[in-house]
Design a protein around this ligand. Structure first.
Ligand code: PLP
Length: 392
């Protein structure tokens, strides 16, 4: 039986925070355990030859994975979701719908791994890619041609934190008969739920805010159309990059505190961004909560609960000086990834976006002085003091 058919968003009248705790987390009927057990079984006994029970084989469906998928579907307002072994596996599944000769229009403020997948893997099977500024819906419209099958954007771009107008993009894509998917890893369903804005596919690196503790790797897709879910499920089951049960459990546990974490991280990130804006060594701060951010008003209109935990700023200095500043923090760990309880710092030019062609890095403003912060749950005062001593 196709596991995704059993998903539901039951309890959808409850608030986001309540659903994060209760949907997909029923009491175990056999023991009364208030936390569902983790099902490690790889295979399931069937009622009779040729008759299928609710689950048959864990690649095709697993109870712990189903529970996690149900929670995420509820938070994103989806008919169902799918859990993958990584965020890249989730994006790859979307690109498996493409065939030779197809064209993709993707954002120029894009995670380096997505850039690499599109430019260095999808191109091998003859899929063409055009990168466009997703904050300019008319540029997106112009870039779509008769072969375009997919528009791909990020709800908060990476690393420059640009904010596309999702409703406008969905209208443009659908007007031209094209599917549109977005990576909502930075946004999280706390801040924005893309399916409510007409987007077809919403993706997460669950490694980040959904998991929330830098201790697991996973990815998700959520959609509002059952036939699209069936197609993605078919591709996932046929190729096999599913999320293992223990990691599903960790992501389920993470989602229970997602709302609290993202709101608190957003609050600290806004304070840090405001302070950085007044710092003499900082030439530019990119944060959607600042009035200086080009899409600040759009973010105010469409985001709930804050502006996110990611802050990007530019140091007045060389690539070496910027690298040295990133390495001089005590609390901010020098590492790629984001969205966890501990704060992280990185230099996009040499780390998260190193797989960009240097010309594209220069073209899309990923300068040598750029620093990206993932603001965790430490106190604002401690984080501010840490950056202060590192950048001097
Ligand atoms: C915005 C974004 N999307 C996708 C990914 C890929 O996710 P994963 O590392 O889980 O494969 C990342 C990873 O850093 C990311 O930051």
């Amino acid at each position: 039986m196709s596991e995704q058919k059993k998903q539901s968003t039951s309890g959808s009248a409850d608030s986001f925070r309540t659903r994060a705790i209760h949907v997909g987390n029923d009491v175990d009927p056999t023991t009364g355990a208030v936390i569902p057990p983790v099902h490690f079984a790889s295979t399931f006994e069937q009622p009779a030859a040729g008759e299928w029970g609710a689950f048959d084989y864990s690649r095709s469906g697993n109870p712990t994975r189903s529970q996690m998928q149900m929670t995420l579907a509820s938070l994103e307002g989806a008919v169902g979701s799918l859990a993958f072994s990584s965020g890249m596996a989730a994006i790859h599944c979307v690109t498996m719908m493409l065939k030779t000769g197809d064209h993709v229009v993707a954002g120029c403020d894009l995670y380096g791994g997505a850039y690499r997948l599109l430019h260095k893997v999808c191109n091998r099977s003859g899929v063409d890619v055009t990168l466009v500024d997703m904050t300019d819906a008319s540029a997106v419209s112009e870039a779509i041609n008769e072969n375009t099958k997919l528009v791909w954007a990020e709800t908060i771009g990476n690393p420059r934190l640009s904010i596309p107008n999702l409703r406008e993009l969905a209208d443009v894509a659908h007007g031209k008969g094209t599917l549109i998917g977005v990576d909502n890893t930075f946004g999280t369903p706390v801040l924005i739920r893309p399916l409510e804005h007409g987007i077809d596919i919403v993706m997460h690196s669950a490694t980040k805010y959904l998991g929330g503790h830098s201790d697991c790797l996973g990815g998700t897709l959520a959609v509002s159309d059952q036939s699209l879910l069936d197609e993605l499920y078919f591709l996932q089951n046929a190729t096999g990059a599913v999320l293992d049960p223990l990691t599903c459990f960790l992501v389920s546990r993470g989602m229970k505190t997602l709302d609290l974490r993202v709101r608190a991280q957003s609050e600290t990130a806004l304070k840090l961004a405001k302070w950085l804006e007044s710092h003499s060594r900082v030439s530019n701060v990119l944060y959607p909560g600042l009035e200086s951010h080009p899409q600040h008003l759009l973010a105010c209109d469409t985001f709930e609960g804050g502006f996110g935990g990611m802050v990007t700023f530019e140091l007045d200095g060389t690539i070496e000086q910027t690298a040295a500043a990133c390495g001089a923090t005590r609390l901010f760990r020098l590492a790629v990834s984001l969205g966890a309880v501990e704060s992280l710092i990185e230099q996009p030019a040499t780390m998260s976006h190193a797989s960009y062609d240097p010309a594209d890095r220069a073209r899309f403003g990923i300068s040598d002085g750029l620093i990206r912060l993932s603001v965790g749950l430490e106190s604002f005062e401690d984080l501010k003091a840490d950056i202060e001593q590192a950048i001097g």
